[in-house]
Design a protein around this ligand. Sequence first.
Ligand code: NIG
Ligand code: FE
Length: 407
Amino acid sequence: MLIKNIKALLQTTAPSKALRGSKLSSLASIENAWLLLENDTIKGFGTMDTCPEYNGETIDASGKMVLPTWCDSHTHLVFATSREEEFEMRLKGKSYQEIAQAGGGILNSAKKLQNTSEDDLFDAAWQRLNEVMKMGTGAIEIKSGYGLSVDGELKMLRVIKRLKEKSPIPIKANFLGAHSYPAEYKDNHQGYIDLIVNEMLPQIAKEGLADYIDAFCEKVAFSVSDTEQIIKAGAKYGLKAKIHTNQFNCMGGIELCVENNALSVDHLEVVNDVEIECLKNSDTIATLLPSAPFFLNDPYQPGRELIDAGVAIALASDYNPGSSPSGNMNFVVSLACVKLKMTPEEAINAATINGAFAMELEKNFGSIARGKKANLIITKPINSAAYIPYSFGKDAIHKVIINGKEF
Ligand code: NIG
Ligand code: FE
């Protein structure tokens, strides 16, 4: 396929490390461009004066821009049902943490998941996956974490495995057994950690069900030393850590993750100077999830401060039934500009190539480069890249191309 007369081809770099600082702030692009695909792969691109002769399928993209699809590196899109009853409780004044402590929240989702079959979970997740792909997501990470028992976690991870097998976009599986303490382990935290380490992990490794390990490091969930046990246990099976931390409290989670070479630390609504210093001197990516504080009406992540300090950041949706019942990366990019004080260029970089780095998919996804997968967004006719975050609530997408084909 040839796409010609592209008003601007965005994100034409192939960096060897996640972008940070001034590199994050500039969006490499080519105006008045062509892009040639061979099957599912990017074959070449350049300015229109060098456009090759081509007799196959041709798209005239006059007035439109082309960019790589979003790389959503943090989601929980396998779940049984929505939780709008908790949304209403919060509107009446209860906080997310109060609801969690009263046995709602993650435990509510775990109860519902227990009574849902693997097939039903798969069907619902498959629908959500297709829904986010239509909104421009072309690579995604999906977590377990609503099982909270050996059977429940395995069920979720097997659903993710089936999604991987059927999905035209790459999926990374993240094992989040340490999402919340189940009620029966309320007073026996070590007992649940032992269950994760001795029962869940060996079976998950045996079936090859996870690419990463996660834990919710937070006062209402896992302490720093609990999280350390989980990270170390995962490392024994070669699972790198991508950890939920600093959503509500600074407890030392970031320092722990950096010491253990975590691939990413995710959330970061609250973060102090020592933690920023620690992150900027590391390769750990700060994955910011602005739709969670949007939906919970919490303070937003200090995106501007993190970028100015030189931290590598990615943006992701956190799609889940509790804190972010949306996987719309277009909205995430808009929120990043308005609330995290990022520029459109920074937000697009953070949601494409840096998201790919946060899933170790940067070799094949996240930017326009020869040999990379042809997962692309063709925008509606727009005047500048800034229109993409500007047009919040109605995305700027004309077409999504997955593996070289219109999706
Ligand atoms: O990333 N905060 C921890 N986990 C999820 C929310 C899970 C839920 O409420 O179901 C998050 O926000
Ligand atoms: Fe999350």
